[in-house]
Design a binder for this molecule. Sequence first.
Ligand code: NAG
Ligand code: NAG
Ligand code: NAG
Length: 373
Amino acid sequence: MALSLFCILSLWAVFTIDCYGLVDYNVFLGQNSRPLLLRFKKFGRGISTKEKGHFGSMTPSLINSPETVETLHGIYDLDFMAKDMIREFKVEYPYDVAAISLGMFFLAMFQLFTTSSNLGYFRVFLVLIMLWTSFPCYADKDIFILAGQSNMSGRGGVINGTWTGYIPPECSSNPSILRLSATLMWEVAREPLHKDIDIDATCGVGPGMAFANSVLESDSSLGVIGLVPCAIGGTSIVRWKRGLHLYDQLIKRSKAALEDGGTIRALLWYQGESDTKNEEDAELYGKRLEEFFISVRTDLSSPMLPIIQVALASSSGPYFEIVRKAQLAINLPNVTIVDANGLQLLIGDPIHLSTPGQVKLGKMMADAFLLSY
Ligand SMILES: *[C@@H]1O[C@H](CO)[C@@H](O)[C@H](O)[C@H]1NC(C)=O
Ligand SMILES: *[C@@H]1O[C@H](CO)[C@@H](O)[C@H](O)[C@H]1NC(C)=O
Ligand SMILES: *[C@@H]1O[C@H](CO)[C@@H](O)[C@H](O)[C@H]1NC(C)=O
């Protein structure tokens, strides 16, 4: 009895470690004199099943094997490094050690509990805990792409170039809301969502977390939400043209998000301020935006992909009216407009939404999504 329970618990521990990444990989790249240490932390089911297969069972004899090197190059885009520069590969906390120690811990817990008469409750409790902890990693995701410029990236709570760190309850983290990091790993999402994406700016609260929490609250059929942050501050629509870096990143990240299973449910888009400064850009905005939407749908093989677009309420540029009109006039199926009119802006930085403004926007986008799709 105790033995079988021990086995089950160990097995579960292996899955959960696989899920949450107690396993650290250290890879040393470079010549002996100047090693570069890359540290990968696994989270979720990882981005590549190839990675799981190879790395999960890594033994010292595999270090520097051509296969390992090949795998590393495949996963981490290391093609800029010569393959023979990988010097050492080390798994810091091997699976089995961690699994056995966790198993022992639970065995001890089990014995503790069985001395009392609450064994039945304990078993139920255990099963619930097991389900709860493993669920986010193995459930199919409802994926949302976040793109555009600073208001999507998030500047809520940024004062004089520093984020206050305040996270309102509507934006709190939750094991059922994951985000795809810059290194294409799933991790539990937390503000600021664009921290490692929009790296040239100080990021704060954006609409993403409020959106995800609100959607989850209202629609219990959704399991796990996967957010794919892609927004970069100060970007005009021409920079999102197909074939250019921002566009390619968006497609690359979206496809990587799908590798573990799941469905892209919508693109959330908040952009346009940078196109209000010049008359020609403003005049061409509608056409360029439409091209962008169509290209994204084509490249993600989702011709009806729902798009939730935020219409600018004001801007610093003189051609704001033209851009807003173009946003409202987009004539494509499954494009829903959410109006930023009336949302609170930051005091002292009135070109960005404040945290309360972002929370409200996130909820509005969630309502628009739930209503239309
Ligand atoms: C931000 O900077 C301005 C001027 O540099 C200063 O007047 C203001 O008090 C600062 N605000 C905060 C909250 O630190
Ligand atoms: C952010 O959104 C607000 C509200 O629509 C708008 O006034 C402002 O220009 C936007 N700022 C940027 C940088 O997009
Ligand atoms: C998109 O639009 C089409 C036609 O308007 C509709 O049938 C479909 O349900 C919409 N939503 C999705 C998710 O495709």
